[in-house]
Design a protein around this ligand. Structure first.
Ligand code: MSP
Length: 649
């Protein structure tokens, strides 16, 4: 009988690039919880997926010379195959480009607009025209665009806003009345003190500066801006529709828990509940914010060859070892770290020594002493009590820890049971019992206790390492693997024969492993170099056609006058004779390298059909060409022998 429904989700991953192992932590953690709940008899629905819209995707695709859809199709399928490789049991993989999702997001937007929760206004900020981006004062670098270093100017863009402020009180009340809504406690404090108490600002929920997104269907040119699109996945994926939701939605919503990283707890505990309040839908029961998995001391980069990907790790260590490492190494609230050294260390000590040896020794002894037969446990001694109690109490412990999503502690509790079993072998010394014919019953009982404890380990470890659990159950030859079978000690049937003893985890030779890792890193570096070359080609000259080049008008012009611009240290104001008869004024950022007297009388190349731009109060009509000869060495291209106004082709 089902214990009830349990709807669990991960955040949906951005499809900018192939995710590294840190990005994969969340799906494995969520999978462990989903598997545990299923084991306990819950009717689980587990959703994950990809977040595919936005300006960044549009830009990446453009640079690669493909359409945004082609780009997201590729990355989304890479992400999905990593989820599959890691043996995660999601029930639904949603993509924000799914037509059903897009349609419902449009309806949600419209509904919120029609009921007055979304209103049209202006987005104001400092705008960089070439980058088509708004910035706030604090984001600027030296007062310039942080991306391209050019001037920004105050600008306004028409946009829709969501009235978060209207729901502030209602949200505060919900958080107060549902003490486990934001979890763990430390994240809750952070949200309340840093974001909710200072007061909520209305949220900009549409953009007109890019195209790759869900269009606002009643106002052409507006695109639904990321969070309304992304967060809605949790309900569109199970059939929410403002015009009438599916049975599946009615069954599973509200979510029991959203598992998300610490950086996006804010969106899930402020924007998301408010969106749901506005839609009149129930709120998720819990949002759990996990920390991040970082990479040793070093920053990861492909060109350094130190990016760690799930597929490489699986190839080197196997799926379950990777799952084990991720789940056991991550602290509860502070960030975790991953290094090859610690992976090897934990693999050898926990998996090969503690768990692998236990199963191997026990199954081998059963085969050796009883030809594999599982004996009845009728020769009990006091020393057995502690082992049996540990097995039973581990079930309770794991349950309590899972309830708080203390995953690494839960896995440690199971490993402690395995350690307790190893200690029991030392205490009972089966090899000594085997020498005494009178102790045969006792030996049978000792081995039974070990095999039964190993069964507990296998069942409890199945959410973390499903293949290993199956392999253990196969070796001890039992199909008694339900959660309920752990309510008492003794579920393993005597009379059956155990299978063959097969090592679960072969010990890793660190030296050999590092040689393999080095090879992988070399390959990664080589690939990064290839990518860089490709990027140079796509971003540079190779990608424009002659017709594009023909659009640029280049002329020879003589510098007649030159003076510094008071408000801008980097700029010089040049007066040019370009043969047209009208002096041309150009502001040029070369003050660091040239004084007016170095320039007057020389001839330069000017881009003469550049749109005028006002730079620090000077209207600039063009740009002169210069070369970056070295870092911090800019040289103007002089063409003194040429005729003023001559066109350069
Ligand atoms: N697309 C948004 C989420 C929208 S949910 C409606 C997003 N995507 S992401 O790809 O950047 O991150 C996906 C999840 O992975 C987030 O929960 C994020 O916190 C988590 N992680 C990203 N880097 C991580 C680590 N290095 N370690 C652990 N989790 C990490 O945010």
């Amino acid at each position: 009988m089902s214990k009830g429904k349990f709807y669990i989700t991960t955040a949906i991953a951005y499809t900018s690039r192939k995710p590294h192992i840190g990005n994969s932590y969340e799906i494995v953690m969520t999978d462990a919880i989903a598997r545990y709940k299923r084991l306990q008899g819950y009717d689980v629905f587990f959703q994950t997926g990809t977040d595919e819209h936005g300006q960044k995707i549009e830009e990446i695709a453009k640079a690669a010379g493909i359409t945004p859809k082609e780009h997201v199709d590729k990355v989304s399928s890479e992400i999905k195959s990593i989820c599959d490789l890691l043996n995660t049991t999601y029930d639904k993989f949603i993509r924000t480009t799914d037509p059903q999702h897009e349609k419902v997001v449009q309806k949600i937007f419209k509904k919120l607009y029609e009921q007055g929760d979304i209103y049209k206004s202006h987005y104001e900020g400092l705008y960089c025209t070439p980058c088509e981006s708004f910035w706030t004062e604090s984001q600027l670098v030296d007062g310039k665009c942080p991306d391209c270093g050019r001037e920004v100017k105050p600008a306004k863009e028409e946009a829709y806003f969501f009235k978060l402020s209207k729901y502030q009180k209602q949200l505060e009340k919900y958080i107060e009345e549902n003490e486990n809504f934001i979890y763990p406690e430390s994240r809750k404090k952070e949200m309340i003190n840093n974001f909710i108490k200072p007061g909520l600002q209305d949220l900009c929920v549409s953009r007109t500066s890019f195209k790759w997104g869900i269009p606002v269907d009643f106002d052409e040119g507006h695109i639904v801006y990321v969070w309304i699109d992304a967060l809605s996945n949790y309900i569109t994926g199970i059939g929410y529709d403002p015009d009438g939701s599916s049975e599946q939605y009615k069954k599973y919503w509200p979510a029991d828990v959203h598992i998300v990283g610490k950086d996006i707890v804010r969106f899930h505990t402020i924007y998301w509940p408010i969106m749901l309040m506005a839609l009149g839908e129930p709120l998720p029961k819990q949002v759990f914010g996990h920390p991040w998995l970082l990479f040793g001391e070093d920053k990861m980069s492909k060109s350094r060859g130190n990016v760690i990907y799930a597929d490489d790790l699986v190839e080197l260590f196997g799926v379950d070892a990777v799952r084990y490492y991720l789940l056991s190494e991550m602290p509860y609230t502070s960030d975790g770290s991953i290094t090859y050294e610690t992976i090897i260390e934990r693999y050898n000590s926990d998996l090969a020594n503690t768990l692998g040896n236990l199963v191997n020794r026990t199954v081998a002894m059963s085969n050796k002493y009883f030809d594999g037969a599982i004996m009845p446990s009728n020769a009990k001694e006091d020393v057995d009590d502690d082992l049996i109690n540990t097995a039973l109490s581990t079930v309770e412990k794991v349950d309590k820890l899972f309830a708080e999503y203390r995953i690494s502690d839960a896995i440690e509790a199971v490993m402690n049971l395995a350690k307790r079993c190893n200690k029991y072998i030392d205490e009972t010394m089966p090899w000594a019992l085997a020498k005494d014919e009178d102790k045969r019953d006792r030996l049978g009982t000792v081995l039974y206790n070990l095999l039964e404890s190993i069964r507990f380990v296998a069942v409890l470890i199945s959410p973390f390492m499903p293949d290993t659990a199956n392999s253990i159950l196969k070796q001890i030859n039992t199909d008694v693997d339900s959660y309920d079978s752990l309510s008492s000690f003794g579920g393993l049937k005597s009379g059956n024969k155990v299978g063959e003893a097969k090592p679960l985890f072969a010990r890793i030779d660190a030296k050999e492993m590092f040689a393999k890792i080095e090879e992988k890193q070399k390959a990664q570096k080589a690939e990064a170099e290839k990518d860089d070359k490709k990027e140079e080609k796509t971003e540079g000259i190779a990608q424009i056609g002659i017709e594009d080049f023909a659009k640029v008008e280049l002329k020879v012009a003589e510098i007649k006058d030159c003076e510094p611009i008071k408000r801008a240290k980097k700029l010089l104001k040049l007066t040019l004779d370009d043969g047209s008869g009208t002096p041309r004024i150009v502001a040029s950022g070369i003050a660091k390298w040239y004084k007016p007297e170095d320039l007057i009388g020389h001839k330069v190349i000017v881009v003469s059909n550049l749109k005028p731009a006002v730079l620090c109060g000077v209207e600039s009509n063009g740009m002169i060409l210069a070369a970056d000869c070295a870092e911090d060495d800019v040289q103007v291209i002089f063409v003194d022998s040429m005729t003023n106004g001559a066109k350069i082709r």
